[in-house]
Design a protein around this ligand. Sequence first.
Ligand SMILES: Cc1cc2nc3c(=O)[nH]c(=O)nc-3n(C[C@H](O)[C@H](O)[C@H](O)COP(=O)(O)OP(=O)(O)OC[C@H]3O[C@@H](n4cnc5c(N)ncnc54)[C@H](O)[C@@H]3O)c2cc1C
Length: 805
Amino acid sequence: MKTHAQVVVIGGGVVGCSVIYHLTKLGWKDVMLIERSELTSGSTWHAAGGFHTLNADTNMAALQGYTIGLYRELEQLTGQSCSLHHVGGITLACTPERMDFLKAARAMHRHMGLDTELVTPAEIRQLSPITNTDGVLGALYDPLDGHLDPSGTTHAYAKAAQMQGAEIVLRNRVLETSQMADGGWQVITEQGSIIAEHLVNAAGLWAREVGEMAGVYLPLHPMEHQYFATDDIAEVYDRDKELPHVMDPEGESYLRQEGRGLVIGFYEQDCEPWAVDGTRWDFGHELLGENLDRISDSMETAFKRYPVLAKAGIKTIINGPFTFAPDGNPLVGPVPGLRNYWSACAVMAGFSQAGGVGLTLAEWMIEGEPSRDVFAMDVARFGDYCTRSYTRLKVRENYQKRFAVSYPNEELPAARPLDATPAYGIWQQQNAVFGSSYGMEHVNYFAGEGETPYEIPSFRRSNAFASVAEECQAVRQAVGINEVHNFGKYRISGPAAFEYLDTIMAGKMPKPGRLSLNPMLSPKAKIIGDFTVAQLRPDVFQVTASFSAQAYHMRWFLQHQPQRGVEIENISKQRIGFQIAGPKARDLLQRVTRADVSNEAFPFLSVREIDIGQCQAIVQRVSYTGDRGYEIYVPAHHQVALYQILSAAGADLGLRPFGMRAMMSLRLDKSFGSWMREFKPDYTPIETGLDRFVDYSKQRDFIGKQAALAEREQGATRKLCTFIVDAKDADVDAYEPIWHDGEVVGFVTSGGYSHYAQKSIAYGFLPLELVSEGRSVEIEILGEMISAKLYSQPLFDPKNEYLRG
Ligand SMILES: Cc1cc2nc3c(=O)[nH]c(=O)nc-3n(C[C@H](O)[C@H](O)[C@H](O)COP(=O)(O)OP(=O)(O)OC[C@H]3O[C@@H](n4cnc5c(N)ncnc54)[C@H](O)[C@@H]3O)c2cc1C
């Protein structure tokens, strides 16, 4: 075994093997994989081998499509068969909600170029005659679904990687890993020690233990999972064509043909986290004890759905563990807080996802950033709120909801509340309906008197509609109050702070006492943040962005922090407070401070450190509602006092609390974009209009400058636009296709209902040649073509008179 390698990958499951295949394919040859036992010795060997493209995140779905497309290439390259069966798959719908869900998925696939189609019960019976369609309303058919041989496929990755230069060391457990001063890693194994520039944790069932060796906690947990294979069934083998897969969400089951019989697996409600206190090192090629009681309800449904099951005996029952992150997507990328340590863990659908995970990681390591937005599987989408028990509870919930309809307005209940601000109790008394983001509770809206504080999950306008409308009107007509804890906040200070921020931000730096809206770009000029930068005093900045991107942004900040002269502090939970917004916001502010807050003394885009009542506050004159507004930040322990001061002073001004639903509606009136919807690493400044905040003439060589200049030179081919939609009771969510002249020409990024303008609004991309005022298009919402018109003047305060006045 050699003693130095550019990269050491720990784990020879399907994921580790895909990582070394992609690293060597993209050009790094000094790559070594270390496996404790034989290849496939974790979850991989007992997988059912099914694959599919469907994923709620479009980029994840695209990467799943990439994975499936790779198998033929691997077979050709290596001669090793993956035993591919491209049989197609059907997802059944037995309720109107599920049908809506499938229609929304089908619409999203159109924008992605995927050929899924909706089929009727009669067509289902034709495709899969063993399926009893009683109670079935329809289904989504995906021709790309199929299954393969897990072991053959893993060996095909491994063989291809070896042909490209990778070394694989078997029967060699990694015992310790430690970071060296130069950023490299010392890897101590049973067979000796290796120095590696980069370390990849692809240890699957043992990823938690391997993470601990480096002092990190990776939020994932293994779950038990059962499937069984039947004896031969004549209706199955006596056909000239293999049966397609059938997913029956009502029965929480997936079914496919296996030779002359069937395989059926279950994601049951009564599920079991496995190895809660850690995975044994001597766990190997063994199965867990079967537990048919746990799946008896699902089996009963399955016997009704597929009556032929009753004719066959069960040949084998597999109960094996595999790992999940709290949201079910993988944990990939540079692990925050460590140098040159990469995660390729929590891959719950290895045969749909490992190819995309390997490609993404290899691009990230070799080229510095992935070629598309992968936030949905970025290890930094979770933060330190993910305790072990939080992870376990969320993983269990995710497993149970594997086949559930997921609604755009749904808030999942497990492990909540966890983080909450001091104002939580105040909101509870006002009948607040809470949501949660990045572990933190926030108010979505306030339910009316006598109403149950619960928003019914729906694809259509929900029971929150009237309350949210009232909250929006209060902001536009008087003054609203809302918490600002939903921003990630950072204090960046020190003699080199200005230069540092000027380098990582693409926009103009504000003078002391001023704010600037500032995009942060990757080297390829993709949008990786939309910040508000405030210079409080010379060399002291408060920087705010999305709350849920904290670990993601901190990772970037720290990666680019100079050796000295800059201090970076994440103060997201320490500095909280409220924003007040609306025509009477200034009157309210003036009532609670001795400072002069007139427009002359405190103009738009300025920041002041002033006393509000007895609290010392940082006040920013800006508001995401698009109205005249102020964000007031105080230390967390002063939040309740601040609320009492503001609410007492604002009572006769019509002050009313509002939640995130109202905030997201109000932003539509000004065509404001939002993080991970309009602004994300798939899009560029010119495409999204953020170029107006990029300082192309800045002297400093800011990150992404060359690529941004090149983009400006070339121009963009598509543009983010705003549309008024003739929607009836369902507004857009995201990724609905935009049609023009019978063709899909673009897609929606987000939207909703503007309660102020009483119009349904969508944001979306159109090719440049179609962008013109009044352009008519159609947007496919839940399977219906809805007319929409492009407009460019904000619906509220188009001249920014309120905002700046
Ligand atoms: C019953 C069941 C059915 C499934 N069905 C499907 C399916 O139909 N389709 C699908 O896509 N997925 C399915 N899965 C999930 C699939 O198995 C996983 O997504 C996949 O195997 C994950 O692969 P991995 O490489 O991440 O992890 P693992 O397979 O767990 O591999 C990790 C490897 O790391 C090695 N390792 C760990 N620690 C060390 C160390 N310290 N030193 C050296 N080596 C180490 C282990 O020995 C192991 O070989 C199923 C899983 C189960 C349990």
